[in-house]
Design a protein around this ligand. Structure first.
Ligand code: HEM
Length: 510
């Protein structure tokens, strides 16, 4: 049954040597048909409504705990599961199979996009962002952004201003601004403020002490959260039903999205005017994300506006929720927190800002983040693709165009690759002088930012913002959890969160 990872290279070569039909024919003449893949049958397979029976009130699962449903399906049916979640989806949890999927994504990889967002863009004729585009159009947007966002140093030029944002986060914690519903709201404001300096080239004031008197900024925050909540809640509604019926969720989503886009357009127009003025004055700043896009002359002003808005909204809940989880594991494991504190002290001392040079030296902080991604997987399952060619997995034929979801969230807890899988052990990600890890980890096992040309565009920025917040927090505080509230249950709202607010205690270091 199991495909050894070493067979993947041969499969990859074969996939490129033959047409998709020949590939399957030559590789495995006896491959069993798609319909035979194990998975729930009967009621669950009824078109459009079958998925409903997998969730509450018919089972204990909700969209927020769908990761537990996927795990239960894999435990029941094995490494390849076919399940009707609106459309047919194949859940893949064998590492060798996952590598095959990664090689079958084609030149212009296709991924599912929250359909409520697609409907909103269509209804109001709003240009789609990079995450919703497909084919050559996607490529046209994505290529100029890659050059500006995906390089390892892309984010570093924003370190000085983002250090200041992280200082404001610390100031807010000192002022006791962690609200009764936990630190997440403050981390969310931090993420909004950090990403605004890239997307809009200026600080917008989400961490300002006066924000409570600024209804328009408070509305921005609420609207982004509403959008993520509704994207999540409508994920399993079949597209045809979501499009045809007058769901309340659609109305709420459209209002929130229209408001935030209108504010974003103002921020963007002001910044653009300012940057154009500087350009006319002869200032050439290729390191400035917005100016460099403008100078490229490839995207229209409207397209640039839509890119800026997408980067802003994508960089909020994502960073905030994952930052919260790393801090949780550090608070839960004081010895690891202390080790990180030592790394920070040895590299930059108790108060200095984070620099490019320091980041290059700080290996433990990276290991803490990666280990947190492993334990609290950032998204429900793992990357999803509509595969571009026919493939055979576990002896079953999967036709081109099928939706395939990788179960990294499950693999990330597999004892084979991660001994003592429930423990927070950043050390497992560190390498010795020869470049080896304690136990080898397959490169496809933990993919928090996805993979290939369609991987997360904001990865460098997200990592930097989390590094910055963690560094400043451990410089200033010893972080603990309230007694009796040490355990958490994971819940997903597109990105990872917890059932109840995490009860952090921030003790100021002397
Ligand atoms: C810890 C924080 C973040 C996590 C865990 C995360 C994760 C992801 C994942 C898993 C994908 C799908 C990748 C794939 O299918 O292979 C994605 C796509 C994307 N992310 Fe992120 N992300 C984060 C932060 C950000 C930030 C800060 C930005 C913006 C600056 C951003 C912008 C995007 C965009 C635009 C896409 C769509 C790319 C495309 O379709 O070409 N993300 N992200």
């Amino acid at each position: 049954m199991k495909r050894a990872s070493t067979g993947v290279g041969k499969l990859w070569r074969n996939l490129h040597k033959y047409s998709s039909t020949d590939t399957v024919r030559d590789m495995d003449k006896n491959a069993r048909p798609f319909q035979d893949i194990p998975g729930p049958r009967g009621l669950y397979n009824i078109p459009f409504i079958g998925a409903m029976f997998l969730f509450k009130p018919f089972t204990k699962y909700t969209v927020e705990t769908a990761h537990l449903l996927y795990n239960a399906l894999v435990n029941q049916y094995g490494p390849l599961v076919r399940v009707r979640l609106g459309e047919w989806v194949v859940l893949v949890s064998d590492v060798g199979d996952m590598e095959t999927v990664m090689r079958s994504e084609g030149r212009y990889p296709r991924r599912m996009e929250p359909y409520i967002n697609v409907l909103h863009c269509e209804k109001y004729d709003i240009p789609k962002g990079v995450g919703s585009l497909e084919g050559e159009e996607w490529h046209k947007y994505r290529s100029p952004l890659n050059a500006r966002m995906m390089k390892i140093h892309s984010a570093h030029q924003y370190l000085p201003v983002q250090n200041e944002v992280a200082d404001d986060l610390v100031a807010q914690i000192k002022l006791g601004k962690i609200q009764k519903d936990g630190a997440l709201e403050l981390f969310f404001r931090y993420a909004c403020e950090s990403i605004s300096v890239i997307a809009y080239n200026k600080r917008l004031g989400y961490l300002s002490p006066n924000i409570e008197n600024d209804p328009s900024k408070l509305q921005d925050l609420k609207d982004i959260q509403t959008m993520f909540k509704l994207m999540n809640e409508t994920l399993t509604i079949p597209h045809i039903l979501l499009k045809a019926l007058p769901w309340k969720a659609k109305r709420e989503y459209n209002s929130a999205a229209n408001r935030i886009i209108s504010h974003a357009t103002d921020y963007y127009s002001n910044t653009l005017a300012n940057i154009k003025q500087r350009q006319n004055d002869g200032v050439v700043d290729e390191n400035n994300f917005m100016m460099s896009l403008l100078m490229l002359d490839k995207l229209s002003i409207e397209e640039m506006g839509s890119v800026a808005f997408e980067l802003f909204s994508s960089g909020t809940e994502s960073t905030a929720r994952n930052l919260q989880m790393v801090l949780y594991y550090l608070a839960r494991n004081p010895d690891k927190q202390n080790k990180l504190f030592q790394e920070v002290i040895e590299t930059i001392g108790p108060r200095a800002p984070l620099t490019t040079e320091a980041l290059g030296k700080m290996k433990y902080i990276f290991a803490c983040m990666k280990e947190s991604f492993r334990l609290a997987y950032p998204i429900l399952s793992g990357p999803q693709r509509y595969i571009a060619t026919d493939i055979v997995l576990q002896g079953y034929r999967i036709p081109a165009g099928t939706s395939v979801a990788m179960m990294n969230q499950k693999v990330a807890k597999d004892e084979k690759y991660f001994p003592n899988p429930e423990a927070f052990l950043p050390e497992r990600w560190l390498r010795d002088e020869t470049g080896r890890r304690m136990v080898p980890i397959p490169s496809s096992a933990v993919l928090p930012f996805g993979f290939g040309p369609r991987q997360c565009l904001g990865r460098r920025f997200a990592e930097q913002e989390i590094d910055l917040a963690l560094t400043k927090i451990v410089q200033h505080f010893q972080v603990d959890l309230e007694h009796g509230h040490e355990d958490v249950e994971l819940r997903y709202r597109i990105f990872v969160g917890t059932k109840h607010p995490i009860r952090f205690i921030f003790r100021t270091r002397s």
